[in-house]
Design a protein around this ligand. Sequence first.
Ligand code: FES
Length: 612
Amino acid sequence: MAAEVRINASCGGDGTCGKCRVIIDKGSAKREPSPALSQKEIAEGHALACRTLITEDLEVRIPPESRLGKIADKERPQPSCGHLVSSAEWEERLANFAADSPFKKVCLSLPEPTLDDNIGDWQRLKRELGKNGIKNSKIDLPVLKSLPETLRKGNWQVTVTVLQQGNECKVIKVEPSDTTKTHYAVAVDVGTTTVVAQLIDIVTGKTIGKRSNFNAQASCGEDVISRIIFSTKDKGLKKLQSLIVGTINKLIAELVEESGIDPDHICGILAAGNTTMTQLLFGFDPRYIREEPYIPTTTLFPWIKASDIGVEVANHTYLYCFPCVASYIGGDITSGVIVSRMAESDRLTLFIDIGTNGEIVLGNKDWLVSCSCSAGPAFEGGGVKHGMQATKGAIEQVRIDRDTWEPMIITVGRVKPTGICGTGIIDIIAELFLSKVINQKGKFDLEIDSPRVRKGEFGPEYVLVWAKDSALDVDIVLSEADVENLIRAKAAVYAGINILIESVSLNLSDIEEIIIAGAFGNYLEIEKVVTIGLLPELPCEKFTFIGNGSILGAHAAIQSQGVLKEAETVAKKMTYLELSTNTKFMDQYISALFLPHTNIEKFPKVIDQLEK
Ligand code: FES
């Protein structure tokens, strides 16, 4: 931690995932035995960082596969199937949201008090605000305390920052002279894996800086469930809260440094995150999210001073979090639904955000129904032997020659491979299926005449990269168990989609648009996800990739009060279907545990490809 080396800790320190492996070169430590380590490895000094007690100075090596790399931040070119909304197109779309920010700055020249006009300083300011259309204003106590001095320092010309909350206005800052040109806010996507922050110029509505980093809570578990479990440990909740605030603080500090702005001019933070992340940001106990009937502390959040929860910004900076729908449909989804404008559309739209949970919303301007299915960590490289996040060295694209079974791979950063990220895993499985190395159940054909298809230590596997060509000293493989993990994940998402469609008595063919949101979704190849049966086979023109809907919605809300109002309306009107108690879900899920599906006739193009 102190050396800024981030170690993978998928299971949150349970000693089961084996991803936090380090090698002790000098010194000794108390190592707990673990099935994740063989006797030979223990003899060679391998240890699980989470299960090792340091008793003396050590020299430790951290192998590349145990490190969390840097987040790859690159814009994807237009995919061959579907339309990707580019950053440039987004800037244009965001400009179409009404320029009516909840944060307003207004420069006022007040008449100096006289014996005839001797009302109090606050009443004088309030009177002038009213003349400028800002009615029902209140003032924060610290601002009121310093008001007499500020007014006189500015020679009765001051810039007032107000926070508009519905019909009420709160004066959050008064400063001498005219500073209306310097007016900023930060949009934050509080992701379970990654946190993204953007610095927004409220005057122009433009993004002037963007930073992202891993959520520091990753050291306490990979997904929301392991974080909730961690929160129940002694001081666990406090630690999780301070880790996420620490990540946000770091990102804001970097944005400020990079842009050279005065941080005192940041007046607001608009954040969107899943329900658990939002509860943890506020420090609310999330434990009941995990227990039936799955209840969070709150789904609607108050405006608060950001500094009250430890965010290192000025005392006048206010923070708001997008409202959630239920325990497993959070503010990130509300935010994405709004910015994609599906809640204003006549078209029947399916909105999907795939990560460790698959969050799905179906509907249009009249109605919205949603569900969340636990996909597990496979799409983010977890639960897969050589799985990793989409950082430098991750295999992200694969093609397998149908005659020789030789692969062609592309890695993030075009460097020697370290592992396979989610999109790479989908690619390999689709390719292995189309080249008949695996069958519809995901079972390997060990009769295939290639050294790459073999029986490995943990069952059948395909060697994607030989040790000599990899950044590790072992072969990079995808095993039958890995394939099974991914089939379970994709089956949960496909079943969730079908349950929503069935719940409103419609068919897949009725869907007019599919919006794919989220960092992972943005890199998907539709042909590949359809081949494995993660998404239904529909014409390319129906697919739209919007990228990180969560941060885009937060950006839109900085510009427009209408977005905030709509967020509350959408969160209240969206129906949530609980799948864990839905008997039909299990039937749909079991039918989807095949490549692409038990009923392959639903995928005619996949049949064509198999017959080629
Ligand atoms: Fe150490 Fe999972 S085995 S974090």
